[in-house]
Design a protein. Structure first.
Length: 606
C-alpha cells in the first residue's frame, strides 16, 4: 500500500467535492488517501464486510452488486463507492467487483467521518437525499430569485416606441427592460407610454431610449422579499429589475407581490369558501401553479408541498359537493366520497388529473342511485373545469363502475384479491390508495379493513402485487448514466412520474399490504414499514432518502417551468441539472432499484 503524493492532489483537483476544498485542506486530505489495485474479476469487498474506508476510482471500472446478485451500478473514474455503508453501520451495503483492472484511492473511515463533520460541502455531497429543513413560505424571507415568475422581457435601446408597446401588449407585461448585451440600461413602463408618449405627443417611431428611465433602481437575486417591499415603498416604484453581475435576470412587479399573497394557501381557502359558482372557483385554482412555485421556492420538504397542494383539491371537492347538495337537497342515504391516486395519497403536484369514487350505503334504492350519479357527474365536471382534468382511465365517480354501494365494492375487492389478473392488479393498485374527502368515513373503514385482511392472507395476491410493483424501473443506464426516453416528443428526457416516483409509490403500497398498514401517503407507508419491521431500518432509511431526492427534483423541475411561464409537466432533461445534482439523482435511482431487487427476491420465495 503506497501513500498518496502530489499525483493524488492533481487527481483530486479534478473530482468533486475535492475540487472546492481550500488548497491547504486539499493537501492535508490527499495525504490521508492510500492506493490499492485490483485485478479484473477480483472482489474489492463483499456484502456485510467491514469497510476499509471510502473508495474513489482513479483508473478502471467497478461493478456494484446488491445482496440478491443484481447489478445496481457500473462505476468509472472519479466515482465513489462504499459511502452508504460507512454512513450507516460501517459494513458494506453492497458487493464491489473490479470490472477491469482498477486503481482506487481509499480514505479511511475515521478520516472520512471526521471530514463529514468538519466540511459542510463535503457532507452535503455524501449525505445524498436528506430532506432540507422546512421553512415558512413567507414573502419577507424568500429570495427574489424564487419570486420571479418568468424571464424578463427585454428590448434594444434602438427599438421604436411603437414596437415596444406592441411587445408589451403581446407579452401581457407592464414593463420592458432596455438592455445591451444583457446589461440593463433602462426601464420602460406602461406609465411611460402614457405620460411621456401620449401626453407629450411624442412620435411613436422614436427609440425607446428617449423615454426610458435610465439606470433604474435594482436588486440582486439574493435580496429578500422584504427588500423588494421596502425598496418599492421608499422609491414609490412598481417595477424592480433584478440584476446579477450587471446582467438582468428578472423583474419583480407590484402584481407579483399581490399575486404572492393572493396565491397563499390561506387566501385561496378564504376565496374558495366565498366562491358561489364553479367559474369563480376555477379562477382561484388557476393560481395553483404560482402557489406551487412559492412553496418550492420556500424550500419546504416535498411532502409538505404536495400536502398543501392536495389540501386545495380536497377543499374544491368538498365545495362542489356542498354546491350540489344545496341545489338538490341532502343525500338520501349515507355515502363517502373518496379520492384515490395522488390525491388519495396527498401527493399531488402541478400536474394532476382526478381519480375518485363514491361508496354508498347498502340500503340505497334505485332512485337514490339516480341522485348519486347526478352528484358524481356534477363534481367530476366541476373538478375538470377547475383544472383537475378527467382521468384518462375513466376512474371517476361519474363512471357508474366507480359509484356503487358498499356491498358491491366489497365484492369487487374480494374478486380482485381472489383472482389477481393484470386488470385486477391495476385496479387494486389505484383503489388501495383511497382516502375519504367527504361523507361517512365508517363506510370506507369497513371496506378498508375487509380488503386489507383479505389481501394480507392471500400470498398469491401479494406475489402478484409485488410483480406489479416491479414493472416501473428507475431510469438507469450503463456507465453511470441515466436512461432517457429514446424517441417522440419527450426524447432525451426522464419521466419523473412513471420512472421516478411511481416505483417508490408501488414499493410503499406493497409494504402496506404486507403489514396491513393503514397509512396511504407513500412516505408514511415507508416509515410505518420500518417501524413494524416490513423493511430493515437501513434499507427503509435509504429508500426514504432516495424518495426525498427524486420527489424534490420533480417539484423543482415543475417550479422552474412555472417561473418560465410554461405549463408544468413530469419530463425532465438530465442535461438541465448540474452534474452534482444529476449524480445525486442517479444514486437515488440506484437505491430504488436495490429495494426493487430485494422485493423481487422476496417475491420469488413467496
Amino acid at each position: 500500500m503506497e501513500h498518496a503524493e502530489n499525483p493524488v492532489i492533481s487527481f483530486l483537483q479534478s473530482a468533486h467535492p475535492y475540487d472546492v476544498l481550500p488548497s491547504d485542506r486539499l493537501h492535508q486530505l490527499a495525504a490521508q488517501f492510500s492506493r490499492k489495485t485490483f485485478r479484473q474479476g477480483e472482489t474489492i469487498y463483499a456484502y456485510d464486510d467491514w469497510l476499509d474506508g471510502l473508495y474513489l476510482i482513479k483508473e478502471g471500472t467497478v461493478e456494484i452488486i446488491d445482496i440478491n446478485g443484481a447489478q445496481v451500478s457500473f462505476l468509472q473514474k472519479h466515482n465513489h463507492f462504499g459511502e452508504r455503508g460507512l454512513l450507516r453501520t460501517g459494513r458494506a451495503a453492497t458487493t464491489a467487483i473490479a470490472a477491469s483492472d482498477v486503481v482506487v484511492l481509499v480514505l479511511s473511515s475515521a478520516v472520512f467521518k471526521a471530514e463529514i463533520e468538519r466540511n459542510v460541502e463535503f457532507a452535503r455531497y455524501f449525505k445524498r437525499g436528506q430532506a432540507r429543513p422546512a421553512a415558512a413560505a413567507s414573502l419577507m424571507t424568500q429570495h427574489v430569485s424564487d419570486l420571479m415568475a418568468r424571464d424578463p422581457i427585454t428590448c434594444a435601446p434602438t427599438l421604436p416606441i411603437k414596437d415596444c408597446a406592441t411587445m408589451m401588449r403581446d407579452a401581457k407585461v407592464s414593463s420592458v427592460a432596455v438592455t445591451q448585451d444583457g446589461a440593463l440600461l433602462g426601464l420602460v413602463t406602461v406609465r411611460d407610454m402614457t405620460n411621456k408618449v401620449l401626453a407629450e405627443g411624442r412620435n411613436s417611431t422614436d427609440s425607446v431610449s428617449t423615454i426610458m428611465t435610465k439606470n433604474p433602481i435594482s436588486l440582486p437575486p439574493t435580496a429578500l422579499g422584504s427588500d423588494v417591499i421596502h425598496k418599492m415603498l421608499e422609491a414609490k416604484i412598481g417595477h424592480l429589475p433584478i440584476v446579477d453581475a450587471g446582467q438582468i435576470v428578472g423583474m419583480i412587479t407590484q402584481t407579483d407581490i399581490t399575486g404572492f399573497f393572493g396565491s397563499s394557501q390561506t387566501q385561496m381557502i378564504f376565496d374558495l369558501s366565498n366562491a358561489e359558482t364553479i367559474t369563480q372557483m376555477a379562477r382561484i385554482t388557476a393560481r395553483l401553479p404560482q402557489f406551487l412555485m412559492q412553496l418550492v421556492g420556500a424550500h419546504l420538504a416535498h411532502e409538505v408541498v404536495t400536502r398543501k397542494i392536495t389540501d386545495i383539491t380536497d377543499i374544491v371537492t368538498r365545495k362542489l359537493i356542498t354546491l350540489f347538495e344545496t341545489q338538490n337537497g341532502a343525500a338520501p342515504v349515507p355515502y363517502a366520497w373518496a379520492a384515490c391516486g395522488s390525491q388519495g395519497r396527498r401527493e399531488q403536484t402541478g400536474v394532476s388529473d382526478q381519480d375518485n369514487c363514491l361508496i354508498i350505503a347498502p340500503s340505497a334504492s334505485a332512485q337514490d342511485m339516480v341522485y348519486f350519479h347526478a352528484m358524481a357527474k356534477f363534481v367530476c365536471d366541476g373538478l375538470n373545469t377547475c383544472g383537475y382534468v378527467y382521468c384518462p382511465g375513466d376512474m371517476m365517480a361519474m363512471n357508474p363502475r366507480w359509484c356503487q354501494t358498499l356491498d358491491l365494492w366489497q365484492n369487487d375487492f374480494s374478486t380482485w384479491i381472489a383472482k389477481p389478473d393484470t386488470q385486477a392488479q391495476m385496479l387494486a393498485s389505484v383503489m388501495f390508495d383511497l382516502r375519504v374527502i367527504s361523507g361517512n368515513e365508517t363506510l370506507f373503514q369497513s371496506l378498508q379493513e375487509t380488503a386489507l385482511i383479505a389481501a394480507k392472507d392471500n400470498s398469491i395476491f401479494i406475489a402478484h402485487m409485488m410483480a406489479n410493483a416491479l414493472k416501473h424501473a428507475p431510469p438507469l443506464g450503463l456507465l453511470r448514466g441515466l436512461a432517457t426516453i429514446k424517441s417522440g416528443e419527450h426524447r432525451n428526457h426522464i419521466d419523473m412520474k412513471h420512472a421516478g416516483v411511481v416505483p417508490v409509490v408501488d414499493l410503499g403500497r406493497v409494504y402496506a399490504l404486507q403489514g396491513r398498514l393503514l397509512p396511504v401517503n407513500t412516505r408514511a407507508r415507508i416509515e410505518a414499514a420500518i417501524e413494524f419491521g416490513i423493511v430493515s431500518k437501513s434499507g427503509g432509511g435509504d429508500l426514504l432518502a432516495a424518495y426525498d431526492t427524486i420527489a424534490t427534483v420533480r417539484l423543482e423541475h415543475q417550479a422552474r417551468q412555472v417561473r418560465k411561464d410554461v405549463p408544468p409537466d413530469n419530463y425532465l432533461s438530465p442535461s438541465s441539472l448540474p452534474a452534482f445534482e444529476r449524480s445525486h439523482l442517479r444514486d437515488a435511482f440506484v437505491i430504488v432499484r436495490t429495494m426493487q431487487s430485494s422485493l423481487s427476491a422476496h417475491a420469488a420465495r413467496v
